[in-house]
Design a protein around this ligand. Structure first.
Ligand SMILES: C[S@@+](CC[C@H](N)C(=O)[O-])C[C@H]1O[C@@H](n2cnc3c(N)ncnc32)[C@H](O)[C@@H]1O
Length: 257
């Protein structure tokens, strides 16, 4: 058994590798003895790939524990917004490698916790990795990890006292209207229960107008809610504020009637 938990970053390494390899291939054309226009074109085409490779590598560095550790800091921020004595049932939707739900298990020793994820092939997280991380952190007896889609949660109405989710709703492919995924999350929350959701809520192309989103939540029993730009809640390195990274990230938290 490993002695250190492995929490992968939000950046998919295979995606980074693809951009890196394409950049290298295009750059290598610029130094081989072929037509000068072909070399010039390859050089120009390499620029966007190099830029994306740089942004992705920089993000990995800033998110990882060996760099800026921002992923853990952002999970701490979400965990700090979870109120109460921590008793009862807590759900993390799209748990990834289990980092957030494990933090919550440590913060709330009396809680029973569930992490769900679909752990699709396009991501590098797995249920086995979550279970191993929970064991290493000494909280595996109170966390259950389940494979399920956020679009259709395998729970009865009102099952959970608290629900958290980090950067998952926008990823759910089996619902075109992402607001419906939030509403599905609220369905399994108890009346009086609390939610803390972080996602790219300011991206209108994904979630529509912010007011519409808030109205949708209000119409589905979200009694009290707060919205807060991630960048206002925690100082982030400038490049992470790129719209393709966390520039559109916002925390929505509140309580169900
Ligand atoms: C950016 S990662 C965030 C992971 C984790 N919440 C964290 O903060 O470390 C997005 C997560 O959404 C999950 N996901 C994508 N579509 C999903 C779906 N339909 N149902 C459940 N999880 C999904 C992915 O497997 C991945 O773990």
């Amino acid at each position: 058994m490993k002695s250190k938990a492995n929490y992968q970053t939000w950046i998919r390494m295979h995606k980074l590798l693809i951009f890196f390899i394409i950049s290298l291939m295009l750059l290598s054309i610029t130094v081989i003895p072929v037509n000068v226009y072909v070399r010039l074109l390859a050089g120009i085409l390499a620029l966007p790939f190099l830029y994306i490779t740089f942004i992705l590598s920089y993000s990995v560095y800033q998110f990882a524990a060996f760099g800026g550790d921002y992923q853990s800091k952002i999970h701490d921020l979400i965990a700090a917004k979870v109120n109460g004595d921590g008793e009862g049932k807590i759900l993390d939707i799209g748990t990834g490698s289990g980092s957030l739900i494990i933090k919550l298990a440590k913060a709330f020793p009396k809680a029973k916790l569930t992490g769900i994820d679909y752990w699709g092939g396009n991501w590098e997280y797995s249920k086995a990795q979550c279970q191993q991380n929970a064991e290493i952190e000494g909280v595996s007896d109170r966390i259950e990890f389940l494979k399920a889609s956020a679009a259709e949660l395998p729970f009865h109405d009102h099952e959970f006292d608290r629900i958290v989710s980090c950067l998952t709703f926008h990823e759910v492919k089996d619902k075109s209207k992402k607001t419906e995924v939030l509403i599905e999350a609220l369905r399994v929350l108890k009346p009086g229960g609390e939610f803390v959701f972080l996602d790219l809520f300011m991206d209108k192309k994904i979630f529509g107008d912010e007011k519409e989103l808030i109205n949708a939540l209000k119409n589905h029993d979200a009694a009290e809610w707060n919205s807060c730009k991630l960048a206002d809640a925690i100082p982030l390195p400038k490049l992470l504020l790129n719209k393709k990274v966390l520039g559109n990230a916002m925390i929505l938290s509140g309580r169900k009637i």
